[in-house]
Design a protein around this ligand. Structure first.
Ligand code: ADP
Ligand code: MG
Length: 406
């Protein structure tokens, strides 16, 4: 049995088929292993992952798929890797893994996972991993805020599992990948991206408590509504510095409020401490406290199929991110306004920016029957008003990282 002779349906099917063909034409033999790991979108709970809040993401039907086969004619133990998307080739020496170096290159994201994997399984087991040819391709937009980086890390960890025969715990795997992102990409991210890519389930959102790292599945199997993702195709460069600044402002506000966790702050507490906070700190705090509450309510709304309520929570989240947390931008605001303009009668329940902000994507809750019309309208109007082509697609909650069977 080999990948060439098997047909694959579902969201990874095309990717697996293409990758198999590319691998064969490049290496004159089929891959021995193929793995895939998804990107993610966060429905609500933004900028509270590092504030002890909740996030409510789902893995999306967009994947990084990696194909590999051992290379027998080699003395040196090297993984020779090519990214189809970037058409770039690089290699990782398995006897001498790369050290972190900035700015990060894609080989760094993978190298960071190789290093973390070696630490966990031990040098002895790691030394069993052979020289390999590796080819990977992704349909997660790169740098679009849907976490192509976590998908690449988690796919890499999954490849190492199948090649070495050692399966990590799911949480262990996600944390290993998060560590790679911290150390090798220099991005101090929370746990959402890697957890989503590892734990993603069809038919469920994931309510992730960022304080306890506990996951509660929130079943979502409605035919009535769809999740529409819109890539604004802009990325304003201030995001790095602004992220650090928001974290510092939240920490300062929390200290003045006099508790150790945002989970212990109610809106009444916030009002009673209003005078001790600067205006900026107060605004940031308003976002954090209200967004934690909205995220809890959103999970309940999904469980009971209250789409109108969920939509309102999404609009309110956007408003708070735009005015109190100040991490939106004109293009994201435009996309949300266009969705709002379509309104309930046109099939839209709610919309908001998703991810860190200053560009990237919005997420919109739409009636499935009207999703195509809504996308066309948003795309046309966005182009007309901003001059930019948006990229839109719908996704259901998707299955997390997995090995593709031969
Ligand atoms: P996001 O995770 O939102 O897509 P990041 O900036 O965190 O954006 O990660 C993007 C980086 O991940 C790219 O610059 C590249 O280094 C790496 N990457 C992700 N997917 C691929 C791919 N298919 N090919 C090569 N590099 C990739
Ligand atoms: Mg990323």
């Amino acid at each position: 049995n080999s990948f060439e002779n098997t047909s694959y349906d579902g969201p990874v099917g095309d990717l697996v088929h293409r990758l198999t063909q590319s691998f064969i034409s490049e290496h004159s033999r089929p891959p021995q292993w193929i793995v895939a790991a998804p990107g993610r979108v966060n429905l609500i709970g933004e900028h509270i992952d590092y504030n002890d809040g909740y996030v409510l993401p789902m893995a999306i039907e967009r994947y990084v798929a990696i194909a590999a086969a051992p290379r027998e004619d080699e003395d040196s133990r090297v993984a020779s890797i090519r990214s189809v998307n970037l058409n770039e080739r690089d290699q990782i020496d398995l006897n001498d893994l790369p050290k972190p170096s900035l700015p990060p290159k894609w080989t760094g994201y993978m190298g960071g996972v190789f290093a973390g994997f070696q630490d966990r399984v031990g040098a002895e087991t790691f030394s069993q991993i052979p020289a390999m040819d590796v080819l990977f391709e992704s349909n997660v937009p790169i740098g679009g805020g849907l976490s192509s980086s976590a998908a690449l890390e988690v796919a890499t960890a999954t490849l190492l599992e199948v090649v070495s025969g050692v399966t990590l715990g799911l949480e262990e795997k996600a944390l290993l990948c998060q560590q790679a992102e911290h150390d090798y990409a220099g991005v101090p991210c929370g746990i959402m991206d890697q957890f989503s890519s590892v734990f993603g389930k069809e038919n469920a959102f994931m309510l992730l408590d960022c304080r306890s790292q506990q996951i509660r599945d929130v079943p979502f199997d409605s035919d009535h509504v769809s999740i529409l993702i819109t890539n604004s195709n802009v990325k304003h460069e201030l995001s790095g510095g602004e992220y650090g600044l928001r974290r510092a402002q939240c920490d300062a506000a929390l200290k003045k409020i006099g508790v150790t966790s945002w989970r212990d702050v109610t809106s009444d507490d916030l009002q009673s401490k209003r005078a001790s906070l600067s205006d900026v700190e107060y605004s940031r705090a308003c976002h954090v406290v209200s967004e934690i509450e909205r995220t809890r309510k959103a999970a309940v709304a999904i469980e009971s199929g209250q789409w109108e309520t969920l939509g309102e929570l999404m609009y309110a989240s956007h408003h708070s991110l735009q005015h109190d947390y100040e991490v939106s931008c004109r293009e994201l605001d435009l996309l949300v306004e266009l969705a709002r303009g379509v309104g309930r009668s046109g099939g839209v329940y709610g919309s908001r920016m998703t991810g860190g902000g200053f560009g990237g994507c919005t997420v919109t809750l739409v009636e499935s029957d009207k999703a195509v019309e809504v996308s066309d309208h948003i795309q046309n109007q966005y182009k007309k008003q901003s001059g930019i082509d948006a990229h839109l697609f719908a996704s259901l909650p998707a299955k997390g990282a997995h090995v593709i069977p031969r």
